[in-house]
Design a protein around this ligand. Structure first.
Ligand code: 3EB
Length: 318
C-alpha cells in the first residue's frame, strides 16, 4: 500500500510510511497525534501513512496570520484552524476562515489558489437547510461573493468522526496559475439547484498545474454524483463504479487540456473517505483491483451528502 522511502523522484506527491528528507510538506493521514512539523488528518484509517510533497529550491515553514504553512519555490501548503466557539456556529466560522484565507493569499507570495481541503465534525447533523454541511456552504459562498476570486479551486469537504468544535481548512497555492477543470458528467457546483442547500458549493472538479517539475492534476472529492444528483443510494459497489466513471471523465478533460495521454496507475495517489467503518476493507480491495500501480490511503470520514457512502480524491502526475 505504501513504501518506506519515496521511490519516484520525478513525482511531487507520494505516500510513504516515514517521510523522506526531500519533502517540503508532510501530511500524516490517519494519526491522532498532532504533527509538530507538518500536517495531520486525525481520522480512523486502515493504516497510517504520510503524504509527502517533494520540495524544490528553498524549503521553509512559518506562519501567516493564524495559519501555519510549509512552502518551496513553487507551492505553499497551509492550514488554518478556527474554533466554532469563537465565531458562533459552522456557517460563521467558515465565512471567517475563507475571509482570512482570501486575505492571506496575495500577501503570501503564493497567490494562486489551486485546492482546498475542509474538515469538521458532525457534517450531516441538522435538519434540512440547517444541516451543518449546508451551513458551511452558506458561509463559504458569502466569502467567495465578497472576494476577488474568479475561479473556484478544487476542493474536498469531509466530516470528522471525532467530536470537535474546530474547522480545519488546508490549502495548496502556487506562484504560477493553475487551470480549473469541470467534469462533463457533473454539473458545475455553483449552479446546483436549491434542493442541495440555500447556497451552492463553490469548487471546481479538478485543478491542473503545469511547471518545470511536471504536470499535476489535483482531483477534487469525487463521488457518485451525476449532473447534480446522488446515484445508487445504499449501494457501495455501484457508487464506486459511478465514481470511477467520474474520475475517468475528469482525467480525459485533463489530458486534453495538458496535451497528454496519461492513465491512472503509477503516478496516481488517491485518498478514499468511507462513511462506514465496515466498508473500509471493501473500498481498499476495490482500489487495489481498479487502480493497479496507484498508491492510496483509506480513511473513515463522512461524505457531505448523507446518502453518499464513499468519496475519492487525489493527485495524478500527468
Ligand atoms: C458533489 O459532487 C459531492 O462542497 O466543496 C465533493 C467535493 C463534494 C467538494 C464541496 C462537495 C465538495 O457535490 C460533494
Amino acid at each position: 500500500m505504501s513504501t518506506a522511502v519515496p521511490e519516484h523522484p520525478r513525482w511531487l506527491v507520494e505516500l510513504a510510511d516515514e517521510p523522506g528528507e526531500a519533502h517540503f510538506a508532510a501530511w500524516r493521514l490517519g494519526q491522532r497525534a498532532a504533527a509538530a512539523d507538518g500536517f495531520s488528518l486525525p481520522m480512523p484509517a486502515l493504516a497510517t501513512t504520510t503524504e509527502c510533497w517533494r520540495g524544490s529550491g528553498r524549503v521553509r515553514g512559518g506562519e501567516i496570520g493564524a495559519a501555519r504553512f510549509c512552502a518551496d519555490d513553487d507551492f505553499m501548503l497551509a492550514e488554518l484552524v478556527l474554533s466554532e466557539k469563537d465565531f458562533g456556529g459552522i456557517g460563521k466560522t467558515t465565512h471567517e476562515a475563507y475571509r482570512r484565507l482570501f486575505d492571506y493569499l496575495p500577501a503570501s507570495g503564493y497567490p494562486y489558489l489551486l485546492r482546498i481541503w475542509n474538515y469538521f465534525s458532525g457534517i450531516n447533523e441538522g435538519i434540512g437547510d440547517q444541516e451543518r454541511y449546508r451551513q458551511f456552504c452558506v458561509g463559504r459562498q458569502l466569502a467567495f461573493e465578497r472576494s476577488w476570486m474568479d475561479a473556484d479551486p478544487a476542493a474536498t469537504v469531509i466530516g470528522l468522526p471525532e467530536k470537535s468544535s474546530r474547522l480545519r481548512v488546508l490549502w495548496l497555492a502556487s506562484r504560477t496559475p493553475g487551470r480549473m477543470l469541470d467534469n462533463p458528467r457533473q454539473m458545475v457546483p455553483r449552479a446546483y439547484p436549491p434542493e442541495h442547500g440555500p447556497e451552492p458549493p463553490r469548487f471546481s472538479r479538478g485543478a491542473l498545474w503545469n511547471g518545470m517539475r511536471g504536470k499535476l492534476l489535483l482531483i477534487s472529492g469525487t463521488a457518485s454524483v451525476v449532473g447534480h444528483s446522488s446515484r445508487h443510494l445504499g449501494k457501495l459497489d455501484a457508487q464506486l463504479a459511478e465514481t470511477r466513471r467520474n474520475l475517468d471523465a475528469l482525467l480525459k478533460v485533463a489530458n486534453e487540456a495538458a496535451g497528454t495521454d496519461s492513465r491512472f496507475g503509477a503516478g496516481t495517489v488517491l485518498r478514499a473517505y468511507v462513511r462506514s467503518e465496515t466498508d473500509l476493507g471493501d473500498v481498499e480491495q476495490w482500489l487495489h483491483d481498479s487502480f493497479p500501480g496507484a498508491q492510496y490511503a483509506v480513511l473513515q470520514g463522512d461524505v457531505c451528502r448523507q446518502e453518499l457512502l464513499v468519496e475519492i480524491e487525489g493527485v495524478h502526475h500527468l
